[in-house]
Design a protein around this ligand. Structure first.
Ligand code: UDX
Length: 444
C-alpha cells in the first residue's frame, strides 16, 4: 500500500521504517529539511536499536523515501500517519496546532480519499477535530474528497521501538467507518501474518483513550512503587524485594515496579498532564493522576534532599552525576529526571561533573559551566559525592572500593539502585540507595 508519514521524529521514523519493512511503499515527510537530507544519506538522527539498519534496508529496496515536499508526500497516499509533535502548553494541555495543520495539508494535496491515522498521542475527541479540519480544507479547495480518520496509537518504548512495533503486544485501531477499518486491516495484514497478536478494533474515541489510559496506568504504577520506596526508607525495609514479591502475583506483574528517580521521557510526564487536563475539560477531576504527578516530582527531588543530608551545604561542592538520558538505551534527555537533579544542584551553587555514555552532547548548551566527562571515572575523580540518575550497565561494574578511592567525600546517592547498599557501606561509604534505609560505614 502507499503510506505517507507526516513528521519523522522518533515515532514517525520508526513507523515509516517498519511499514516499509512490512512491504508497503512509504514516504516520510518532515518540515526539518536538514533532517530529511540526513535521512536520505541513510543516517538516523537519534539512538534507537535496529532502526538504522531498517531505514537503510527500506531505502535500498526503494520502499522508503524521504521528502521535504509535503504535497509530494501525501498526493497518492492511501494511509497518512500523523506523527507530528504535541508539545505541552504551560497549562498541561497539549498544543494541537501541528496536528491540525497536518490534517489541513492532507486535504490540500491529497488526490484520492485517504485514511488519516492519528499516531501522535492525542486527547480523546481529537479524531472529530481532525475530521473537521479535513472537511473544511477540502471544501476550501472546492473538492469533494472525503477522507476517513482512524486512531492507531503506538505503544513503542524508546530503545526497543522497532521490536515493539514489529512484534507488538496488541494492535489498536479505532475507526468510525467500515472503510477505515478495512484499510487498516489490510495495512497490518503482513504484520499479523508474521506475528500473531490481539487486534483491537474499536471506535476512534475508545482507541484514543486506550493510549492515555495505558500510559497513565504505567506512570501510576511507577509512582506507587516510588511512594512505597519512601516508606521503606523511613521504616527500614527494602522496596526492591517488595517489588519482586508483589511481581510474582500474576495480577500485579513485576514490570514497571522499579523504584527510582521518577519517570521521564517524551511520553509519561506529558501524557499524565494531558490526561488530567482532558478529564477536567470533560468534567471529571482525575485526582489519582494528580497524585501520580506529585509523587513523580517528589521522586525527582529525592537525590538532592539526600545529598543535602549527607554533605550538608552543596555550594562549591563538586557533584558527579552519572546518567543523563531519561532511561538506559537512549540518548533522549526530554523530561529526564537528571535535568531536575542538575538544575537543583546548580541552584545550590554546586559544580556538576556529568557523565552519560551517549547523551552528553544534548546538554552541553544547557549547562555551559558543567564539567563534561567522557568516562564515568573522570566524573567521580575528586567529586565530593556521586548521584546515579540512569541505570546504565557500565555503572554496575564500578566496585565500591573504586568509588571509595575516587571520591573526595565518601558519599553515594544511588537513585536507580545500581549498587549494593551493604557492600558500599562496608567499603566505608555513606549511602542513600532509593527504597532502602540509609547506611553509614560501621563505627560512624
Ligand atoms: C513509554 C511507554 O512505555 C510506551 O508504551 C509509550 O508508547 C511511550 O512511553 P518510553 O517513554 O520509551 O515509553 O519509556 P519507558 O520504558 O516506558 O520508561 C519511561 C520512564 O519511566 C523512564 O524514565 C524510566 O526510567 C521510568 N521507569 C520505568 C521507572 O522509573 N521505573 C520502572 O519500573 C519503569
Amino acid at each position: 500500500m502507499l503510506v505517507s508519514v507526516i513528521g519523522v521524529g522518533h515515532v514517525g521514523l520508526v513507523t515509516a521504517a517498519c511499514m516499509a519493512d512490512l512491504g508497503h511503499d512509504v514516504v516520510g515527510f518532515d518540515v526539518d529539511g536538514q533532517k530529511i537530507e540526513l535521512l536520505r544519506t541513510g543516517a538516523v538522527p537519534f539512538v534507537e536499536a535496529g532502526l538504522a539498519e531498517l531505514v537503510e534496508a527500506g531505502v535500498r529496496a526503494g520502499r522508503l523515501e524521504f521528502t521535504a515536499d509535503v504535497a509530494e508526500a501525501v498526493r497518492a497516499a492511501e494511509v497518512v500517519f500523523i506523527c507530528v509533535g504535541t508539545p505541552r502548553r504551560p497549562d498541561g494541555a497539549p498544543n494541537m496546532s501541528f496536528v491540525q495543520s497536518a490534517a489541513a495539508t492532507v486535504a490540500s494535496h491529497a488526490q484520492r480519499p485517504a485514511v488519516v491515522a492519528e499516531k501522535s498521542t492525542v486527547p480523546v475527541q481529537t479524531g472529530e477535530r481532525i475530521r473537521q479540519a479535513l472537511r473544511l480544507q477540502s471544501q476550501a479547495r472546492g473538492g469533494g474528497l472525503v477522507h476517513d480518520v482512524v486512531s492507531n496509537p503506538e505503544f513503542l518504548r524508546e530503545g526497543t521501538a522497532v521490536a515493539d512495533t514489529l512484534r507488538p503486544d496488541r494492535i489498536v485501531v479505532g475507526a468510525d467507518s467500515e472503510r477505515g477499518h478495512a484499510v487498516m486491516r489490510a495495512l497490518y495484514a503482513p504484520l499479523l501474518a508474521r506475528h500473531d497478536c490481539p487486534y483491537v478494533a474499536t471506535d476512534v474515541r475508545t482507541a484514543e483513550l486506550i493510549k492515555h489510559a495505558s500510559n497513565a496506568f504505567l506512570a501510576t504504577k511507577i509512582s506507587f512503587i516510588n511512594a512505597v520506596a519512601r516508606i521503606c526508607e523511613l521504616a527500614g525495609a527494602n522496596v526492591h524485594t517488595i517489588a519482586d514479591a508483589m511481581g510474582y502475583d500474576a495480577r500485579i506483574g513485576r514490570a514497571f515496579l522499579n523504584a527510582g528517580v521518577g519517570y521521564g521521557g517524551s511520553c509519561f510526564p506529558k501524557d499524565v498532564e494531558a490526561f488530567i487536563h482532558i478529564a477536567q475539560e470533560l468534567g471529571y477531576d482525575f485526582g489519582m493522576l494528580r497524585e501520580t504527578d506529585r509523587i513523580n516530582r517528589e521522586a525527582k527531588a529525592w537525590p538532592v534532599a539526600q545529598l543535602r543530608r549527607l554533605v550538608w551545604n552543596l555550594a562549591d561542592k563538586q557533584i558527579a552525576v552519572l546518567g543523563i538520558a531519561f532511561k538506559p538505551g537512549t540518548d533522549d534527555v526530554r523530561d529526564a529526571p537528571a535535568l531536575d537533579v542538575i538544575d537543583a544542584l546548580l541552584a545550590e551553587g554546586a559544580t556538576v561533573r556529568l557523565h552519560d555514555p551517549v547523551a552528553l552532547d544534548h546538554v552541553r548548551e544547557r549547562y555551559p559551566d558543567a564539567v563534561f566527562c567522557d568516562k564515568a571515572e573522570d566524573a567521580l575523580r575528586g567529586a565530593h559525592a556521586v548521584v546515579v540518575c540512569t541505570e546504565w550497565d557500565e555503572y554496575r561494574a564500578i566496585t565500591p572500593q573504586r568509588l571509595a578511592e575516587l571520591l573526595t567525600y565518601p558519599v553515594v546517592v544511588d537513585a536507580r539502585a545500581v549498587w549494593d547498599a551493604r557492600a558500599l557501606a562496608d567499603a566505608g561509604l555513606s549511602v542513600a540507595v532509593v527504597g532502602q534505609p540509609p547506611l553509614s560505614p560501621a563505627g560512624t
